[in-house]
Design a binder for this molecule. Structure first.
Ligand code: ATP
Length: 413
């Protein structure tokens, strides 16, 4: 059995290393076996620093997690129905789970869960490279458990499921497969790829919450666009819903510098831009969208419905500002990337790059100080100043003050 203590020392963040050393010490007088497991092991073997710590404990005794949290100076901040816990220690988080077996009553359903050995826990996981564990007990610190050949697959850059029904049991693994394939630049093993294609249809069975959660995780990846474009190519997006598509923008996004835009609101807006109104409504229901996603859908609809005005040659700067100023810039950006209409695209970018931050230099207090009486005239003047700033009729604070003074003297309309 290989020992990867050196990898832990080299690649774990120093505060994470301290935390697992303390965890090990706190548990030294206890009988439970404890492991680091899953993506964290994959990452340290790949020579990268994992962002989170996942600890698995086998058959924990009563109040194990509270004992651990106290011992490492942390606090248990959440407990789930599947015996998973989150402990916060200063600014670090540790996820602790009981080693468990999962059974799926039907495809896409949430599993029923039972406590089990570490080996069985590893065999319920998604891909061999995520099915390794490292012992944290003091007598076996750093020993690698790799019952599914994960280390070999890591070397060959392969994603491989552990059994033939894996994607049927949990179709979210289909989304996870493209996420890892793109992020790690791995190939999907040929047999796994056959199952991936065969079982894509089961994506329809996953609950809206779960599919939205996986999409959300995808959208926060640094390579979110590439993952979603791959998802589109493979038919994964349309298997979730026909309204999820980059459509004709595919090549444009693929080759453009705009591809690396951060922010998942941008990606979501781009992803739904080509959906019809009906499809957007269906998507909101299918993905059980909450307030934020529904707001993005609403704003994309607004921008699409304003297309005619956005492309009109005579559109003034202040009209453009008024059309877009209440919408979130990320959504406007997602639409700007996606739209094929060059006039609409340039209006959206013009707003984002040039108009969005324009404001008058003086505010309501300045107006009062200049002698404007309190009341509706203050708001009217501020609107007028903004309008004239946008149109380039005023270009400095001095211009604005002169405008207000003249207005007060009755020299202006
Ligand atoms: P990331 O690197 O994006 O943080 P991760 O590989 O750590 O991801 P998580 O989603 O945080 O993955 O889950 C932790 C581990 O739990 C995974 O590495 C995998 O072993 C297991 N796991 C997570 N989701 C599933 C799933 N749907 N099916 C099977 N195993 C899963």
């Amino acid at each position: 059995m290989s020992n990867i203590a050196d990898n832990l020392r080299t690649y774990l963040h120093s505060s994470h290393l301290r935390l697992i050393e303390r965890t090990s010490a706190v548990c030294s007088s206890r009988s439970e076996k404890i492991y680091l497991a899953g993506g964290v092991v994959r990452d340290v073997l790949l020579g990268t620093t994992p962002s989170n710590l996942d600890i698995v404990v086998v058959h924990p005794q009563y109040e194990f997690v509270d004992h651990l949290a106290r011992g490492i100076g942390g606090e248990v901040v959440s407990r789930s129905q599947f015996d998973t816990f989150k402990i916060i220690v200063s600014s670090d988080e540790i996820d602790v789970a009981t080693a468990r077996r999962e059974e799926y009553i039907r495809p896409g359903a949430l599993p029923t869960v039972e406590e089990t050995s570490i080996e069985e826990d590893l065999s319920r996981r998604d891909f061999s490279v995520n099915s390794m564990a490292v012992s944290l007990n003091q007598d076996s610190w750093g020993e690698l458990l790799d019952p599914h050949g994960g280390e070999g697959d890591l070397k060959q850059k392969l994603l491989r499921v552990l059994h033939e029904r894996s994607f049927i049991d949990d179709p979210t693994r289909i989304l996870r497969a493209i996420r890892y394939a793109v992020r790690l630049n791995f190939h999907i093993h040929s047999e796994t790829y056959r199952l991936f294609k065969r079982d894509m249809v089961y994506l329809q069975d996953i609950s809206g919450d779960r599919v939205r959660h996986e999409l959300e995780r995808t959208m926060t990846e640094p390579f979110a666009w590439d993952v979603l474009l791959r998802g589109e190519e493979e038919g994964v997006l349309s298997a979730i819903h026909s309204g999820l598509k980059f459509g004709r923008i595919h090549n444009a996004v693929n080759t453009s510098n705009e591809q690396r835009v951060e922010g998942n609101d941008v990606v979501l807006a781009a992803l739904i831009y080509f959906s019809s109104d009906v499809q957007m409504g269906e998507l909101a229901i299918r993905l059980k969208m909450g307030t934020r996603w529904s707001r993005i859908v609403r704003e994309v609809r607004l921008i699409k419905s304003a297309s005619q005005r956005l492309r009109a040659p005579g559109l003034s700067r202040s009209e453009l500002f008024t059309l877009l100023c209440d919408l979130h810039p990320e959504v406007i950006h997602g639409c700007a990337i996606t739209t094929q209409d060059t006039a609409v695209k340039s209006s959206l970018y013009f707003y984002l790059n040039d108009l969005r931050c324009i404001r008058p230099s003086i505010d309501g207090d300045d107006l009062l100080a200049l002698g404007v009486p309190e009341g509706p005239q203050v708001g009217e003047l501020l609107d007028r100043l903004l309008h004239d700033r946008l149109e380039g009729l005023l270009s400095s604070r001095a211009d604005e003050e002169a405008f207000v003074v003249n207005k007060l003297k009755g020299c202006l309309d």
